[in-house]
Every structure is written in C-alpha cells, then in structure tokens.
Design a protein around this ligand. Sequence first.
Ligand SMILES: Nc1ncnc2c1ncn2[C@@H]1O[C@H](COP(=O)(O)OS(=O)(=O)O)[C@@H](OP(=O)(O)O)[C@H]1O
Length: 323
Amino acid sequence: MIKTHKCSSSTLQNILLRRGEDRDVSIAIPMEGVYFSQVYPFNRRFIFMDDGKRKYDIMASHMKFDLGKFQDLKNVMNAGTKYLTILRDPAEQYESMYTYYGYPGRFGADLHTFLLHPDLYFANREQRQSLQAGRNPMCQDNGFDARFVKPGDTSAEMFISALDKWHDLVLIADHFDESLILLKDMMCWELDDVAYLKQNARSKDSVVSLTGVEREAIRRWNWADTLLYEHFNRTLWERVAAYGNERMAKDVAALRDRNEELSKDCVSRTMDRSDPRMWYPAGIKVNSFQLNDKAKNPHLCSQLTLPELKYLQKLRSRRSERG
Ligand SMILES: Nc1ncnc2c1ncn2[C@@H]1O[C@H](COP(=O)(O)OS(=O)(=O)O)[C@@H](OP(=O)(O)O)[C@H]1O
C-alpha cells in the first residue's frame, strides 16, 4: 500500500498489518518510526532486518515514492502482490495536512489567510526539500512531485493514467466502507478482516472549519490532487456498480454493524491526548483507544486499539526474536 498522508491510511494500514500478523506472512517494516525514509526514495536498505534477497507479502508504511521506480518496489514484493493506495477529498485532506503538520508556521499564515493568496505564501516559503508537499500532496505521496508544475500541465494526466495501470485498487477515504468491501472482495477475505476502528482522527476542536469558498480554493490550489481524486472517485463508483449497488449496500451495512459491535467490545475509553503510545503534533488532539481488558474478542481488540507506532514496534520485536 502506498501510504498517503491524511487519507485514512493508518486505518487501512492497521487492517493490512493485522492480516499479515495473523497469517504470519512477511511484512516489510521501517527500521524505526513510521517512515522507510522521508528524505530518500524508497530503497530496500530502509527495511528492518532485510537481507537483500527476501521477498515481502505486505508493505504499508510511509515512504518517499517515485512512480518511475515502481518496478524497484515490485522487485521486493512477492509475485501476486496487489498494489493499493488511498485518496481523500482534497479539501479535507489539505486541511488535515495543513493543521497537523504545522503549515501555519511553515507558511507564516493560518489556513484562512493562506487561501487568500496561496501562491504568494508558497513562493516565499516552499523549499525543494520539504517533507510533505505544500501543494498537491497526494500526487507527491504517489510519486509525482506537482508542487511546481503549471496548473493544467498534461504531465498530471499522464501520471494519473500510469497510476491507474499500476494499482489494483485505489480506495477513497470519503467512501471508506465501500472501498473496504471492494478490497475484501478482491482479496477473498472475511468481514472481520476489514473491520476497523478509526485511527488517527483529530478531535473536533483540532479541526479548522472552512467555508465552501475556502474548500473550492483548496481544490484550485491543489489542482493535480483534485484531478487525481476525481479520476479515482469515478473509477471507485464504476467498481461499486459492477459489484452491484444492492449487494454493496448490504455489505456496507454489515461492516458498519460489526464495527459498532467491536467498538463496544474493544474500547474502554477514547483519549485525545497524553496517550504515551501516540505522537501528537504541537497543540493537536488525536484520538486513540484504551483496550477493554474484558473484551470478548481480546486478540482482535488488542490489534484494533494499537496505534501505528506501537504496532510497528511490536512487529519489529517479533522479527528480531526470529532472527
Ligand atoms: N474510516 C475513516 N473514514 C474517513 N476518514 C478517516 C477514517 N479513518 C481515519 N480517517 C481520517 O484520516 C485522517 C488520518 O489519516 P492518516 O492515517 O492517513 O494520517 S497519517 O498521514 O498517517 O498521519 C484523519 O483525518 P483528520 O481527522 O481530518 O485529521 C482521520 O480522521
């Protein structure tokens, strides 16, 4: 999975890591933290305890990805691997990026002010080496740096069609449940494999609320992300239609019921700060879950309530023990 920032990718990652852990297949995990590398393009030397030959079944952590080098990534994965990514409405995604990653400090403007003259703030402050892109971040996560590409440039469409070819499924966070049912169907999984608790959600008072005009301004500013999102939102709904609308509605309802049941069973408390298992950006509250010790589904519940940092640490320990 190409892990896109602020697109519900941690929730999707939790689903994939769980599956990998339970089936005891090989999972490529970063050496430390949550990134293979934020600075250098993906290379297998960033994989924890890699021996240079091993093939992996699951990879689901952030990386600096270059679409032109997709083949390098494929070379470390086992044959038959399915390739995924996830996108989100650029208005929601960009607000989340801007707030979570401290862009007010980076651009010297809060989001409302920035949106009045984004090109001005961007031109003054954006640096070549920035870790998360200040423009078209979902394109960058998927291997196309469109920060300095002129709006309307045809390279964006070429990128989108290349991505369409490489990926087996592009999920949409705004239609996460429908996306997960398609994933379950593609992978021949059971309902519990795609059940989830929403990971990494900010609490409401850490979200900047935007007007319709501001949301449109975000879409214009992130023009390539908007093209990308619109393309894959359309293909998602084409796949839903092929799956069958009634069948999809029934399966989504079953998934939502199961999620609710698991949430009641698994969670004793939701926290939005001071959870030692979490990393919080300055001043931002992010939800996490305390495990109910008496849960009826203790194994699944412990996985569902494990934040990303801890889950990766757990997998590293397991890998170290095995040598
Ligand atoms: N199921 C589901 N449906 C819709 N949206 C969801 C879901 N799960 C997580 N989220 C939202 O995704 C945001 C976190 O994204 P990521 O996990 O990709 O963030 S990160 O880049 O890994 O830090 C974060 O967005 P914000 O709350 O707006 O910041 C989450 O609320």
